[in-house]
Design a protein around this ligand. Structure first.
Ligand SMILES: Nc1ncnc2c1ncn2[C@@H]1O[C@H](COP(=O)(O)OP(=O)(O)OP(=O)(O)O)[C@@H](O)[C@H]1O
Length: 358
């Protein structure tokens, strides 16, 4: 098979290219240049800085495969970084990896793949693509610690059919690194990439302040009952459900307080006791189904943030409104902007972005 491999310069996608080549496929590598390296080169493990492009090229040379570098900086800045800042300015907590998968990685790479006349696009994502009786399904990776299915919910059925995730069945990262050594790849010991590739040193509020200074303006922290408890240095620093970083607004007497809402219009952060936060129903928009959309109540498990185990819930799909209403079996706090992904066991049924909670 002629196959395009999305090569970030990291261990995972390098191993994918090596494995596919060893299996006898005709492999072509492609690396997307996604952001200005100036700020990022100091950061080890960033996925798409200059060093990473160099590493990807070196791996391609070792494997003796053709390698393309595509400049997608402008598109990444508009579709991912600007969207990230805009989302914070709306009082949400964005999930940029999903936007990147949606708008840059899969769209642009699938287009390139089609131009090159290849039959599939392979990535180093930890997820499993399963050929089911009614079409291709997305499943959780074998290694729960690495599973990235949550970030892939927005992949369309057509993209999924075209994609391959050869690492989805690996038991753990150590096995992938061992494979890299066996294949003689220079990146075998390279550190894992960190949370958000375009944010140097985890200072995401600096990025937001640059793109949306309004989200970094000071404002009040108020209690649900209207009392002003303190000041904050920008709404972008707050997420619904957050209990840390509230300064003197972190307690009311001996009762711990949590962020109940972020109000961009009034630049206010509203806090209250945990039990007072809305947790009964979650409204989800921009829904993508990777299974037949349900016509009645759907008993499933949902994941409301990247690092959590799916929890039982019932979902109702409002076809006309294009909205999903999710009622967790055990009340749960959900942050607008994050993804709500529906599972049936290991299988991803679909998902969308959390809009509001009630
Ligand atoms: N700049 C890029 N160019 C091409 N493909 C990329 C790029 N960044 C990521 N990818 C693809 O998306 C996959 C998942 O990206 P993620 O940022 O989660 O990388 P990762 O888990 O650190 O993997 P890796 O070790 O390959 O960097 C990568 O394995 C790779 O196939």
């Amino acid at each position: 098979m002629r196959i395009l491999v999305a090569m970030s310069g990291g261990v995972d996608s390098s191993v994918v290219a090596g494995l596919l080549k060893a299996e006898g496929h005709e492999v072509i590598g492609a690396t997307l240049q996604l952001y200005d390296h100036g700020a990022a080169t100091a950061r080890r493990g960033a996925c798409c800085a200059g060093q990473d492009i160099h590493d990807a090229r070196r791996v391609a040379d070792t494997l003796d495969i053709p390698h393309y570098v595509l400049d997608r900086e402008a598109r990444f800045r508009d579709a991912v970084v600007q969207d990230f800042a805009d989302s914070y300015a709306r009082g949400e907590t964005p999930i940029p990896c999903v936007r990147c998968n949606q708008s840059v990685k899969f769209q642009d790479l699938v287009l390139l793949a089609r131009d090159l006349g290849v039959e599939a696009l392979a990535t180093g994502h930890y997820a499993r693509r399963v050929e089911g009786p009614a079409g291709v399904e997305l499943h959780r990776a074998a290694d729960p610690a690495r599973d990235q299915s949550y970030f892939l919910f927005a992949t369309t059925a057509a993209q999924l059919a075209f994609c391959r995730f050869p690492l989805g069945g690996y038991p753990d990262k150590a096995a992938v690194r061992a494979e890299a050594l066996r294949l003689g790849l220079a990146v075998a010991e390279k550190p894992d990439s960190q949370d958000i590739c375009f944010v140097p040193e985890g200072r995401y509020s600096d990025v937001v302040a640059k793109f949306r200074p309004d989200a970094a303006e000071a404002g009040e922290i108020v209690h649900l009952d209207g009392r002003v408890l303190g000041q904050h240095a920008g709404i972008a620093r707050f997420t619904v459900g957050q209990g840390r970083g509230l300064g003197q607004a972190s307690r009311d007497g001996d009762q711990p307080l949590y962020v109940a809402a972020v109000e961009p219009g009034r630049r206010r952060v509203v806090v209250g006791p945990r039990a007072a936060l809305p947790q009964a129903q979650i409204e989800v928009a921009e829904v993508n189904w990777l299974s037949p959309p349900p016509s009645g109540p759907l008993a499933c498990q949902v994941k409301l943030r990247a690092r959590e185990v799916p929890q039982p819930a019932t979902a109702h799909w409002d076809v006309a409104g294009g909205l999903l209403r999710v009622a967790p079996a055990v009340p749960a706090i959900a942050a607008p902007g994050q993804a709500c992904v529906l599972y049936d066991g290991d299988r991803v049924l679909g998902g969308g972005f959390i809009r509001r909670t009630a």
